[in-house]
Ligand binder design. Structure first.
Ligand SMILES: *[C@@H]1O[C@H](CO)[C@@H](O)[C@H](O)[C@H]1NC(C)=O
Ligand SMILES: [Cu+2]
Length: 314
């Protein structure tokens, strides 16, 4: 009896920490289900597209060596890769019910050298952000956040692989960041995908980052305190990380440093580079043969030709 009571005490001390956190447990794409790594099972025999990770506990340092793909994020012994069509949706499923409703959702890709991501060190890759959702409505202290929407969507998040991304082998990194207490809590996990049928728009130098490196503990989006008076009225939130893929104009070559400009007192605001600001949202159609709808993309997206029949805001 005494032993049983002791066991209960140990269990109740340990379980809540686990239940309060978690990570991505599975993925789906085009009707296929991909069970993820099970961090609390023996690694032996586990075979999944997800990179192995060890604990439900969050990462709490923005420059942690394992911020790319969690701890340890290296390939598994029986590592798999999912084939994913450019333009298709990938859904990541967190443990139910995800407990943290304050903070952003972010999805990144990193292309791997060679013919597979297996063996690639995630901390040496260059990442670009293909999806993000920060403060969606309301205030910092009491608003509706990307992570709240994730909870409402069956504790899952769906990202479309942009059809303009070049075909190749990639790590896809789904992340939710929890801001209910400081320091911010990072929950990133990665999976290996091979993108097929892709486009020709490589990310620009400004869009590419490293993990660690992309975030700093001092980033405005990682230091917000939800419980101040100011947070109850503040409606602007700056999502951490680089600009979204497709939002920086220019070629895939490293962008030259902007030349200093002298602005005449009467100068008009600089024109948008490719299309006027408009109403078409990200991934919406903005052009193509036979298309007669609106052609202006909402800021910060740019109307990007996919083929003769389809251009979309990216
Ligand atoms: C909700 O997510 C679970 C996995 O956490 C999945 O098994 C289930 O099919 C999902 N339900 C819907 C309606 O997508
Ligand atoms: Cu938690």
């Amino acid at each position: 009896m005494f032993a049983f009571a002791s066991l209960l005490a140990i269990a109740s001390a340990a379980v809540p920490q686990v239940l309060a956190h978690g990570g991505v447990l599975a993925y789906s794409n085009a009707g296929n289900w991909y069970q993820g790594w099970a961090p609390y099972n023996s690694p032996t025999g586990q075979t999944t597209i997800q990179r192995p990770w060890a604990t439900y506990n969050p990462i709490t340092v923005a420059t942690d060596p394992t911020i790319a793909c969690n701890d340890d994020g290296t390939s598994g012994a029986l590592q798999l890769t999912a084939t994913v069509a450019a333009g298709s949706e990938v859904t990541a499923y967190w443990n139910q019910v995800w407990p943290h409703a304050f903070g952003p959702m972010l999805t990144y890709l990193a292309e791997c050298p060679g013919s597979s991501c297996t063996g690639a060190d995630a901390s040496t890759l260059k990442w670009f952000k293909i999806d993000e959702a920060g403060l969606l409505s309301g205030t910092i202290g009491d608003g509706y956040w990307g992570s709240g929407k994730m909870i409402d969507q069956n504790s899952s998040w769906t990202t479309t692989i942009p059809s303009s991304v070049p075909s190749g082998n990639y790590l896809i990194r789904f992340e939710t960041i929890a801001l209910h207490s400081l320091p911010a809590q990072f929950y990133p996990e990665c999976a290996q995908i091979q993108i097929t049928g892709g486009g020709s728009k490589a990310p620009t130098a400004d869009e590419l980052v490293s993990f660690p490196g992309a975030y700093s503990d001092n980033d405005p989006g990682l230091t917000v305190n939800l419980y101040t008076n100011a947070a109850q009225t503040e409606t602007t939130y700056v999502i951490p990380g680089p600009p979204l893929y497709g939002s920086v104009s220019g070629s895939s070559a490293p962008a030259p440093a902007p030349a200093p400009t002298t602005v005449a007192p009467t100068a008009a605001p600089p024109a948008q580079t490719s299309s006027p600001a408009g109403s078409v949202t990200q991934y919406g159609q903005c052009g193509g043969s036979g298309y007669s709808g609106p052609t202006g993309c909402a800021t910060p997206f740019t109307c990007t030709k996919v083929n003769d029949y389809y251009s979309q805001c990216l």
